[in-house]
Design a protein around this ligand. Structure first.
Ligand code: HEM
Ligand code: HEM
Length: 197
């Protein structure tokens, strides 16, 4: 009950985050999962039409994700997170990991795009539009950019692990409503509770 009430009135700083913040967050998570799934499937499929189509889709969804994250950043700047009453080191760690997540999620598509361009590959968005080629072909540079694309992917996975572990600690150990303020469900029961107050 105490938790439900605090989620409603926000008096302890854990009111629901704006719907836009939550939609952007979970859309990014879903698109990232799709990106890893597509590249794993492409690697399983190997060379051939299916593999090439999956890599094309990986490129298209990745560039879409880039635009989504830019829009998300603009939204986030206009809607800062209400501060939490947590120790300074925790807020610093959480904020640092969130900032690093933004950097990696923007760097990944940029590196993938530049690596594909310098490899001389044509990038076809969803099989419909071919993007104009703007970088000169350079195989050595392309190899290095692909290596970096792979390394940043590993760093991104580590950051996601750290971030998700922190979120789950709020959900199951601290039980302070921080996980719930980012969650998408529960609007209906919240409204019912509010109308009873
Ligand atoms: C957040 C976005 C992205 C994520 C998480 C991601 C993730 C990955 C991962 C994990 C790999 C495998 C790396 C390895 O095997 O070492 C990969 C490979 C690749 N990525 Fe991405 N990527 C993203 C965006 C992009 C974009 C936007 C493009 C191109 C426009 C792209 C093009 C490629 C290509 C061409 C490969 C190599 C495929 C092959 O083995 O032939 N990626 N990506
Ligand atoms: C996979 C499971 C995930 C869970 C359970 C989770 C959970 C959460 C929660 C509970 C918050 C709210 C923190 C607060 O209110 O202070 C949050 C914020 C945030 N999460 Fe996640 N998250 C996950 C994945 C991701 C991924 C993959 C990204 C990658 C971009 C991400 C990026 C962020 C960012 C940047 C914030 C700060 C708020 C914002 O800028 O929108 N999260 N996350």
């Amino acid at each position: 009950m105490t938790e439900t009430r605090s989620l409603q009135d926000g008096s302890d700083g854990v009111a629901r985050l704006p719907l836009g913040t939550r939609i952007f967050h979970w859309t990014t998570v879903a698109l990232l999962a799709l990106m890893f799934g597509l590249i794993l499937a492409a690697e399983q499929a190997g060379p051939g039409d299916l593999g090439a189509t999956l890599v094309d889709l990986h490129r298209s969804v990745g560039l879409t994700l880039f635009l989504v994250v830019l829009a998300r950043l603009a939204w986030r700047l206009a809607h800062p997170l209400p501060p939490l009453r947590r120790p300074a080191w925790e807020r610093l760690l959480a904020g640092g990991v969130q900032a690093a997540l933004y950097v990696c999620v923007l760097a990944m598509p940029a590196l993938g795009w530049a690596a594909s361009e310098t490899a001389g590959d044509t990038i076809r968005l969803y099989g419909i539009v071919s993007l104009p080629s703007v970088l000169p072909m350079d195989e050595d540079l392309s190899d290095r950019l692909f290596q970096l694309h792979g390394s940043v992917a590993i760093a991104l996975l580590c950051l996601i692990g750290l971030h998700a572990a922190g979120a789950l600690r709020h959900r199951f150990v601290l039980r302070d409503g921080v996980f719930e303020r980012m969650w998408l469900g529960g609007e209906r029961s919240r409204k019912v509770n509010q109308s009873r107050r």
